[in-house]
Design a binder for this molecule. Structure first.
Ligand SMILES: [Fe+2]
Length: 496
């Protein structure tokens, strides 16, 4: 075969998409012979506690809430709490056991009958705890117990710490979100909490989806508290916020009337973290938010909610959210440093933004303002947009974010499900209270984000080169052609 002929054959092979997929055993198995598990059976409650999850219902320095689930047959639910010791002396029958060291606390139990499943949800808020102290706890009925989990209370003064932020988990939760949840935890195992910016599941009333969500993060939820806020997919039923929300998350109820446990804040070692519910009552939350931002002794302020103030995708704008809340953020005496959002199943991140420098449509880097981020952790991925507000943009990747606060510095990293760095920046507090924004070195992978420095993008900046999926494939195809040509030449030469 001539070289030209060889190249032509390869080209036809390439255009045809290659050979048909290899024969798979499943192709021949009649579907009827394969039993399909019923998710409602898989995630049925039992005597043994499941869906064990830590949240904050009060001051993280002196309290820690836990919630869990059992079936309806339970007569009494209880949590045990002790100072964490190196040995197992907090459990009867084990070395060094000291009954006086263990506190036993009765749970508040409520019945939830939803999605075809009846269950009891139990919660205890451990209070009167010592700041910056490690505790162990277990939950159960006195006979059937969870394992012992360990957590640490916050310091009651600013101290360095890190936390995780997830955009929508929502789809493919067990099969595909689990990798992201576990990857984030393995990158930051000492994270002090996990922010979930709404759409934790696709159908907020489907108990089995909550089963997947709790199973995907598993025991991580028993050790690292969650800071959840509801998305529109937690509002899929006729009653508004899913009936699962309040039983399974024990959260502060200091929000506006009707928004208890979905609009709240916590103070954690110098950071005020505010969760808003972007699904309803925007004006009421704006009125509540003003004083929460004005009377704020913390150096840093992070706000999270579901629907973005600035959407990364044209046609998915949320003017009601922006008009109600942006001016409240801008008016905050200490500012809002970072806003963490979801909803758009793609990635976008701003520079420092205030209303007065974004209306012009130009990216003026004022030294006051808020960084807005939109991210996604689950498997449903939309095409990304390219709007003027976006300092970084990207699509096609499941992501998690690791955020660290240390004195006058807040560092932010977005990473892909593989663990690759996707976006990074640092906020540095100036003495006047404003921030300097230092863009980080993003090293995007083949499906990584484009920055302001990407080919074809306006403006200058830093960052790596970009290779999109199509050009990567073309490079692979070209390399294969060259290899085959070389092989063909060698074969032809040897054949002489
Ligand atoms: Fe979503």
């Amino acid at each position: 075969m001539s070289l030209a002929g060889l190249v032509a054959v390869i080209a036809v092979f390439r255009l045809s998409g290659g050979p048909p997929l290899a024969h798979r055993p499943s192709d021949t198995a009649p579907a009827a012979e394969v039993a399909r598990s019923d998710p409602r059976q898989v995630y049925r409650p039992g005597l043994l506690p499941d869906r064990v999850i830590l949240t904050f219902a009060g001051d993280p320095a002196t309290s820690q809430a836990v919630t869990w689930r059992t079936d309806g047959s339970l007569r009494s639910a209880v949590a045990e709490l002790a100072l964490a010791t190196a040995g197992p002396g907090f459990e009867k029958g084990w070395h060094g056991y000291d009954a006086k060291a263990v506190r036993s606390l009765p749970a508040r139990s409520e019945k939830l009958s939803a999605g075809g499943v009846e269950a009891l949800y139990h919660s205890v808020n451990f209070t009167g705890l010592t700041p910056r102290t490690r505790y162990v706890y277990r939950v159960g009925d006195g006979t059937n117990w969870s394992e012992w989990f360990q957590f640490e209370t916050a310091a009651n003064t600013p101290e360095p710490f890190g936390f995780i932020y997830f955009g929508d988990a929502q789809n493919g939760i067990r099969s595909l979100w689990s990798r992201v949840a576990r990857g984030a935890y393995s990158d930051m195992p000492k994270a002090r909490f996990i922010v979930h910016a709404g759409d934790l599941v696709d159908n907020g009333n489907a108990d089995a989806q909550w089963g997947e969500w709790h199973a995907a993060a598993g025991w991580i939820n028993g050790m690292v508290p969650s800071v959840p806020t509801p998305g529109n997919h937690e509002y899929t039923g006729p009653k508004g916020l899913t009936e699962h929300w309040r039983p399974q998350f024990t959260l502060p109820d200091h929000g506006p009337a009707g928004l208890q446990e979905s609009c709240y804040y916590i103070d954690y070692q110098g950071v005020r973290v505010i969760a808003l519910n972007s699904n309803e009552k925007h004006a009421e939350q704006a009125a509540w938010l003003g004083p929460v931002l004005a009377d704020n002794p913390n150096r840093w302020t992070v706000v999270t909610f579901h629907h973005p103030v600035y959407s990364p995708v044209a046609g998915r704008d949320n003017p009601a959210v922006r008009e109600a809340w942006r001016k409240v953020f801008d008016a905050a005496p200490r500012g809002v440093d970072l806003v963490l959002q979801g909803h758009d199943h793609t990635y976008g991140r701003s520079g420092l933004m205030r209303e007065d420098n974004t209306l012009s449509g130009t990216q003026v880097q004022t030294q006051r303002g808020t960084v807005y981020a939109v991210s996604v952790s689950g498997a449903k991925l939309y095409a990304g947009g390219d709007l003027p507000w976006m300092q970084r943009r990207g699509s096609g990747a499941q992501l998690y974010q690791l955020i660290r606060v240390d004195g006058d510095e807040l560092t932010y990293e977005s990473r892909t499900a593989r663990g690759d760095l996707y976006d990074a920046f640092t906020l540095r507090k100036r003495p006047d209270g404003g921030n300097d924004l230092l863009e980080g070195e993003a090293r995007p992978g083949p499906d990584g984000p484009s920055g302001s420095d990407a080919p074809g993008a306006a403006g200058a900046g830093e960052g790596g080169s970009r290779l999109d999926g199509r050009s990567a494939w073309n490079a692979v195809a070209a390399a294969a052609i060259l290899a085959l040509v070389a092989f063909g030449v060698g074969w032809a030469v040897r054949g002489r």
